[in-house]
Design a protein around this ligand. Structure first.
Ligand code: AHG
Ligand code: MN
Ligand code: MN
Ligand code: MN
Length: 329
């Protein structure tokens, strides 16, 4: 019988840490199952559509954004080990009072790819976990660089419902069957070079020159491979494909978002940890003025919702971008 998520988390860690993270992951898996059940039948209920509120990102919140947010926060509120939740959908951290044993802060994009909900295309839930160091308040704990993440995971609500996690000992995949996440891929290894690049081409005219030169390099065969293009518009779907097949996903600076669109704390950092644990890489794309390219996990967050440019995927493509950007600097 394939290992369950909780068995797998416990097996990889010392008893105390394993127990704490297994309990956290079990609660997150329960929230994911609530979200999955709601999404699977959404067109038959009033679950789709706008909630009628603009979030701190300036986005029209979807009803399922709010449902997913409530599911994750509700599950974390019940856990003595979780002191606070930082969420895409809440301006400020949701701090849980009266938890003297709190040791984790959970940072989440409760529903990634919301624009795909009403067209029945993959969406996901992304979670990053930071430790609360003795005496640290939750906000400070959340603003540590990605290198200090205790765990990272996402759920991909796709043809299968898959949960992919790391606690720093490899990247592992689980598939939901009869209410249980069962091991379906252990120590995933991202191919060194992949067949696809993934970027929103509609923004290409706005990309910095280094990014445009890089995309030309991917298209003209000078990377020694013929690339296909894939863009789902849900970060977890574009990442999951890149993790399994290889290649590169980019969200560079654009005229509308010179500093990039994706959020460092609950999109770039957790997926960068998962990528690196699978042998991949994740860097910034420089900014619209061609700023320096940095390893995502070393960027020090200045605020919960800070955005970043992003290049994430196989070592060949991410390193090649760094070379192009360095040459253009
Ligand atoms: P979210 O739905 O959590 O706000 O995230 C949406 C993000 C990400 O999932 C995706 O990669 C990106 O938005 C797509 O942006 P564009 O539509 O600008 O390409
Ligand atoms: Mn959003
Ligand atoms: Mn998102
Ligand atoms: Mn979201």
């Amino acid at each position: 019988m394939a290992k369950t998520l909780v068995e797998h988390v416990r097996a990889g860690l010392d008893a105390e840490r394993g127990a704490a993270l297994a309990e956290l992951f079990a609660a997150l898996a329960d929230a994911a199952k609530q979200i999955e059940a709601r999404i699977r039948t959404a067109p038959l209920s009033d679950a789709l559509g706008a909630f009628g509120h603009t979030n701190v990102q300036g986005e029209q919140q979807q009803k399922l954004d709010v449902f997913a947010n409530d599911a994750v926060i509700g599950a974390m509120r019940a856990l003595p080990s979780v002191g606070a939740v930082v969420s895409e959908e809440d301006d400020e951290p949701v701090v849980f009072e009266g938890k003297p044993d709190a040791r984790f802060v959970v940072i989440t994009d409760p529903l990634d790819g919301s624009s795909n909900l009403d067209v029945d295309v993959n969406v996901g839930t992304i979670v990053s976990v930071q430790a609360i160091v003795a005496g640290e308040d939750a906000r400070a704990a959340a603003l540590k660089p990605g290198t200090q993440q205790v765990a990272a995971l996402y759920v991909n609500y796709g043809p299968a419902t898959m949960l992919v996690y790391t606690v720093g000992k490899g990247t592992h995949a689980f598939t939901l069957r009869d209410g249980e996440f069962l091991l379906s891929g252990e120590h995933l290894a991202m191919p060194e070079q992949g067949p696809y690049y993934s970027v929103n081409e509609a923004n290409a005219a706005d990309f910095p020159q280094a990014v445009r030169s890089y995309l030309t390099k991917l298209r003209d065969g000078s990377m020694g491979a013929k690339y296909g293009s894939r863009y789902v518009g849900s970060f977890i779907a574009d990442f999951h494909r890149t993790l399994l097949k290889g290649g590169v996903f980019l969200y560079p600076g654009t005229a509308k978002a010179p500093g990039g669109k994706l959020r460092l704390l609950y999109e770039a950092n957790p997926l960068a940890m998962l990528a690196e644990q699978a042998g991949g890489k994740a860097t910034t794309a420089g900014d619209a003025n061609g700023g320096e390219v940095r390893r995502i996990l070393e960027v020090v967050p200045t605020a919960p919702h800070v955005r970043t440019t992003l290049v994430i995927g196989s070592t060949a493509e991410v390193s090649a971008f760094g070379d192009v950007a360095a040459a253009a600097a």
